[in-house]
Ligand binder design. Structure first.
Ligand code: MG
Length: 252
């Protein structure tokens, strides 16, 4: 099933998507007790919001071998994790704003995990039982600050640096999904999550060994090779098979 958060009739709503039809839900799908209401919209007539509003956003770095090589980094023996600000999240269709034109600011296509059930010290075997679903994220990154700081929070947390969406898909094999990014219509990243160094279950187990994740929290799972710089006016589209397309423009 595909779930969205959207705005219609000046109200924030939650819905289930079936083709072009959106059925309004009685509440937030992430709470697990929302029901379908007798109210429908056309997908084209609603304004999409980021599908979830996480309190925590945990990011895994260097999780595809070829990307680690292109960044000149060693392959991490265990999932390399850090936090970014959920305040950087924007919706499908919103604009990415580059804070400066002097820095190299890259796109990064990533599969995002949305937690559905509180998770602390969860085993790899039980990890997927704590997942609500999956969405697309663009882990926009200021490479100059990333290098200068030696850690990544500042480089990846600027407002608008985390496009997320368009929907949360509950039925997906997260370790076998095609992931593709096009920049102005040209394919720049093209991979499959079966190339992940540390698969989804291992990532969840490693993070929850340390911290508690709650429903709605988001994990970014790393980007494939082919990252590159964004420029004003660019159109960047991330497509994950089974989820859909996340499209954002870079503001002029
Ligand atoms: Mg990344």
């Amino acid at each position: 099933m595909k779930y969205i958060r959207f705005e219609a009739e000046n109200e924030t709503m939650y819905g289930m998507v079936d083709g072009e039809k959106v059925t309004k839900l009685s509440g937030n799908f992430i709470d697990g007790n929302s029901e379908k209401l007798d109210q429908t919209y056309q997908l084209s007539e609603v304004k999409l919001l980021p599908p979830v509003a996480p309190k925590q956003m945990v990011v895994i770095g260097l999780n595809y071998e070829k990307h680690a090589i292109e960044q000149g980094k060693a392959i991490p023996e265990e999932p390399m994790m850090f936090m970014v600000s959920p305040g950087a999240i924007i919706a499908d269709g919103e604009k990415i704003e580059l804070p400066t034109l002097d820095h190299k600011i890259d796109y990064e296509a990533e599969l995002a995990i949305v937690i559905g059930k509180e998770a602390y010290q969860v085993s790899e075997e039980k990890a997927l039982g704590h997942v609500f679903g999956y969405t697309c994220c663009n882990d926009v990154s200021d490479r100059i600050l990333q290098k200068k700081d030696g850690q990544f929070t500042r480089a990846k947390s600027f407002k608008t640096f985390k496009p997320l969406g368009p929907c949360v898909e509950t039925e997906l094999d997260p370790n076998n999904a095609n992931i593709k990014l096009t920049l102005n219509g040209e394919v720049r990243q093209d991979s499959n999550t079966n190339d992940l160094i540390h698969p989804i279950e291992k990532v969840i187990a490693a993070i929850t060994k340390v911290m508690t994740l709650n429903p709605g929290d988001v994990i970014l799972t790393g980007t494939p090779s082919g990252v590159g710089a964004l420029s004003p006016g660019d159109n960047v589209e991330i497509e994950i098979e089974g989820i859909g397309k996340l499209t954002n423009e870079v503001a002029d």
